[in-house]
Design a protein around this ligand. Structure first.
Ligand code: ATP
Ligand code: MG
Length: 310
């Protein structure tokens, strides 16, 4: 597989009237990954995607898809892209299958075999002959993805694909997006403001806020930088009252309070062994000291200042 990024954004800016909605975005999306655009409402995820698929003009900067600049070579660039940006058009009174057949007529080079292939890729085999109006949200979502895959794109872009899906639906979506990256070598871009889901779904995330890029990181890197900063511990100590009193007196302890599972302690990781040793010296017995993993959500809110806009 080539190491060329599948998509490159270079100083991409979008202005509407006097407001700058997207401000100087520069980053690469590597091939074969599931890449997330993460940001609170109004961050500019949809706008960025709309520019990538030619639904909106770019005020300044360049977007290159598989080596083709979408300004100068739109037709060439967009051939590589399958996308669901707005709700895909579906005929509710037709079966899923007939929706695909209907759509396939507008796409050159799509035969019956390809239709069957995308149906099995999104695992709709069993229900494909049911009318779309009988589909659940998750099934409609999958039909939309099947439609977007018909012309064999190398890049699939899904704006907020987990919207309205239950945890099982999200897990399924994740599994078949993974399958697509593995078996078809497709790169997937998904957007979301739901971080816990991005954590499970993506290899890498670009964090957007108010049209600006906050950071691009591998999800592992993101998570480990989050755990390095783990500062909250739950301690099961006896006698608890005495332990709490002692903790409150220690300089190294930033915060200590009683919680249902024991005592909650906030301190630097480096100080934890000493704090526990100090407690033991006071004949306090410690049964458990467990770091609370800082979730991606917390980390994200920290980075974007609580998701507040304006
Ligand atoms: N056509 C438009 N005219 C003026 N402002 C717009 C237009 N489209 C989007 N915006 C503004 O651009 C900003 C980014 O909007 P966008 O829809 O890209 O955000 P988003 O990250 O997709 O948010 P959400 O999570 O709510 O979908 C918002 O402040 C929005 O009001
Ligand atoms: Mg949006």
């Amino acid at each position: 597989m080539s190491h060329e990024p599948i998509v490159s954004l270079r100083h991409v800016t979008k202005r509407i009237g006097r407001s700058t909605i997207i401000d100087n975005l520069t980053f690469d999306v590597p091939q074969g990954e599931i890449f997330g655009f993460l940001g609170p409402n109004g961050a500019g995820k949809t706008t960025t995607i709309r520019m990538m698929v030619g639904l909106m003009s770019i005020t300044q900067g360049e977007i290159i898809i598989k080596g083709e600049n979408i300004k100068s070579g739109f037709e060439q660039a967009i051939r590589h892209v399958g996308a669901i940006v707005e709700n895909p058009e579906m005929y509710k009174y037709l079966s899923g299958y007939h929706n695909l057949v209907h759509y396939a007529r507008m796409v050159p080079g799509v035969n019956k075999e390809r239709i069957d292939e995308v149906i099995s890729l999104v695992k709709l085999d069993k229900r494909i002959h049911d009318k779309v109006k009988k589909y659940s949200l998750g099934m409609r979502q999958r039909l939309g993805v099947a439609q977007a895959l018909l012309h064999r794109p190398s890049l699939l872009i899904l704006d907020e694909p987990t919207n309205g899906l239950d945890p099982a639906g999200i897990r399924e979506l994740r599994d078949y997006l993974r399958l697509l990256t593995r078996t078809e070598g497709i790169t997937v871009i998904v957007s979301s403001h739901l971080l816990s889901e991005m954590e499970l779904m993506c290899d890498r995330v670009a964090i957007l806020q108010q049209g600006k890029l906050v950071d691009v990181k591998g999800i592992q890197e993101f998570m480990s930088s989050a755990t390095e900063q783990v500062q909250t511990y739950i301690i099961d100590a006896s006698p608890a009252e005495q332990a709490l009193g002692a903790l409150c007196d220690m300089d190294k302890v930033r915060e200590a309070k009683a919680v249902p599972d024991g005592l909650e302690l906030v301190a630097e990781r480096e100080h934890i062994p000493e704090i526990l040793a100090d407690l033991m010296r006071l004949n306090i017995r410690i049964y458990k000291a467990q770091p609370q993993r800082q979730s991606l959500e917390d980390r994200f809110l920290e980075m974007t200042g609580g998701g507040q806009n304006g």
